[in-house]
Each structure stands twice: as C-alpha cells, then as structure tokens.
Design a protein around this ligand. Structure first.
Ligand code: 5GP
Length: 214
C-alpha cells in the first residue's frame, strides 16, 4: 500500500484511539483485532485493578500496584492516565506507542474518554473513533450479562456510560458495535487508510462520520 503521508516521514502513519462507553465491547473488539490482524499493534495499558480470570499480565494489561503507577506518572512514563469508574488507575505507557509510530506500525489505543481527551491534546493527528452500542438498552443488557461486576460497581459503570455516550460528537468517527467481526474490519480499514482528512469521511451504512455535526 502506498503511503500518502508524502514528505512528512516523521509523522505517524496512523494512530487510532478507540473509546466508548463501558460494556460496549471494546475489550472483545481489541481481542478480535489482536487475534485476526497481527499487523495492528495494540497498546498494553498499565492498571491498578486486579486481573480478571483469563487475563494475562503483559498481554491484556500490565498489572501494577498504586505505588508503581504513581511512579510511572511521576516519571512521565504515561502518555495519558485516568481514574476510571471511580477508583482504579489506568494509563498508556508512552515509550511503546512512540516506538510503534516510529516503526510505522498501525497503532491502536483502547482507552476511556478522559484518556482520549488527553491524547488529543498531545497527538492531534490521531484518529478518534467512538465505539457505540446499537442502543442504550443493548448496552445495559451487555453490562448485566457480563456478570463480572457486583450491583454497586454496575451502577457506577452505568453512570460513567451515560456521560461517555454524550461525548460521541467529540470523536471523528463512530463505529456501531453490532457485530464484532464487522466492527473490527471497519476499525482496521480506518487504520490502514492513508492520512488524509477525506479518509475519515468515506460513506458507510453503519459508520457515522461526526465531522458535520461539530
Ligand atoms: P476494564 O477494567 O473493564 O478492562 O476497563 C475499564 C475501562 O478502562 C475501559 O473503559 C477501558 O477502555 C479503560 N482503559 C483501559 N486502559 C486504559 C488506559 O490506558 N487509559 C485510560 N484512560 N483508560 C483505559
């Protein structure tokens, strides 16, 4: 594929920041991309939350304690960081992202809304993609169906999700997560498309370009 970034060799070819409400399926989508699209580099976040069953250190997250997380923040090792759902810390290690972009990799960050806003401030060339559920009811159904959180945690996450849903317009593009394979293919096609503003606006029946609404 030709690189239309032209003379701007130093610019990242493509960095996509994916955010969306809790339980919309970002994790499932990332797992699908990891398995089926090995040319895509996925950022591995640091978190202070405990691993869920089946999660592996260094693959799904770097599991660190509060002290280590605070050190990483203090030493400027994180590109962005946030407290998500009221208590746990999450952050994107900066060096691997910069290395991936230097190597012209297709880089994907799956982070929360607060983190996406921070990345926009430091890397405005990135493409910001909002992953939306087919409907609010479907989002609630997925959150309850997952069964990994207790009642209190679920209520907290739903509150966060309401705020996150309202932020859709801040994003360049929306992908509706009605089918994981289709959504992943759409996401990867965005990653592979050249760095032109027009590439954010190709028509799609399920992808909504948010440009006109800004
Ligand atoms: P979970 O604990 O369910 O894996 O993730 C909870 C939330 O944290 C999700 O919305 C996820 O996108 C977000 N998240 C994961 N990694 C990061 C990160 O590095 N930075 C930020 N800001 N949010 C993250």
């Amino acid at each position: 594929m030709s690189d239309r970034a032209g003379g701007a060799e130093q610019r990242p070819r493509r960095l996509v920041v994916l955010a969306g409400p809790t339980a919309v399926g970002k994790g499932t989508l990332s797992a699908y991309v990891r398995e089926h699209f090995p040319d895509v580099w996925l950022s591995v976040s640091a978190t202070t939350r405990a691993p869920r069953p089946g999660e592996q250190d260094g693959i799904h997250y770097h599991y660190v304690d509060e002290r280590e997380f605070a050190r990483m923040e203090r030493d400027g090792e994180l590109l962005e960081s946030a407290v998500v759902h009221g208590h746990h810390h999450y952050g994107t290690p900066r060096a691997p992202v910069e290395a991936a972009l230097r190597d012209q990799r297709l880089a994907l960050l799956e982070i929360d809304l607060q983190g996406a806003r921070q990345v926009r401030a430091s890397m405005p060339d990135a493409l910001f993609v909002f992953l939306a559920p087919p409907s609010w009811d479907e989002l609630v159904r997925r959150l309850v169906g997952r069964g990994t959180e207790d009642e209190e945690e679920r209520a907290r996450r739903l509150e966060t999700a309401k705020v996150e849903m309202a932020a859709e317009r801040e994003f360049d593009v929306t992908i509706v997560n009605d089918d994981v394979r289709r959504a992943a293919e759409e996401l990867v096609s965005l990653l592979r498309s050249p760095l032109t503003p027009a590439s954010n606006e190709r028509p799609s029946d399920r992808r909504r370009s948010n440009q006109q609404e800004k």
